[in-house]
Design a protein. Sequence first.
Length: 301
Amino acid sequence: MFLRHLLLSSPPTTLVPVRMRNLLTPPSYRVRGLCLTSPVRQRSGSEGERARVCEKKLNPSTIIHPPLSQPSFYGRPFPQGVCVDYASAEGKALFLEAMQDGRMNPFFRLAGSYAHQSEPAYCALAVLAMVLNSLQIDPGQTWKKPWRWYSEEMLACCTNIAEVREKGITFDQFMSLASCKGGVVQGWRYSDSSLREFRQAIVRSVESEDEVLVASFNRKDLGQTGSGHFAPVSGYNASSDSVLLLEVARFKYPSHWVPVSVLFHAMQAVDTETGLSRGFLSIRPAVSTELGAEGLHPPSL
């Protein structure tokens, strides 16, 4: 009753006793000039301080989070001159032109199954889950009852999950996982392919209804921070000779267009885990799927 009386009778500038304020306000937040602070330690014998009130209006924009113990980032500045943010005016123009040319087929399937990586080193697992789901490859196991659907944790089956969380996976491990989970996989390393072969593989995949191309490259060569990364190729713009990479590390960068030649040469960097160059790979669904004990059926493409 006291609270109701206070709220109904208070003028626009609400006066709230310290004790009530401490109950209503999380101690981990501070608001400039509002006295919305962590509980005030009462001075001995100071009964009057218990009734101290805040006389300034609440302004949510002034809420300040407590200092962080370690540096943190909200995204990274997008590198200019190499990549084009797909949501920018230029990016939209590239998208429209590529779609009119019939070379954006993978985008719509991938966007419908888009996956955001849940750990900083899970780019490969997120990409693979997205690709397998976009190709309607049945995992043959339950994700959340009663649904069968690929997720990152279902793909860390051939290696230690703690190691994946720390280091990610290599190009060969990605190929092995994709094949193990029902994909028909073909891979090319930078050292065993050419720019011409890469462009041909891109055109074939973006014009296809049942193939997705995945690039494994070094971010630094794209003017980005970080090192090894995986991303699916979702479209190709012929006039600019660039591809649209769907970014699974959305907390860091947006999806973006990148020139084919730049992306190919970004595969040249040697993976320190294997001593080999990176590359690109094609994933398609198998022609048929065996029926299992749970009544699995071939994917409808």
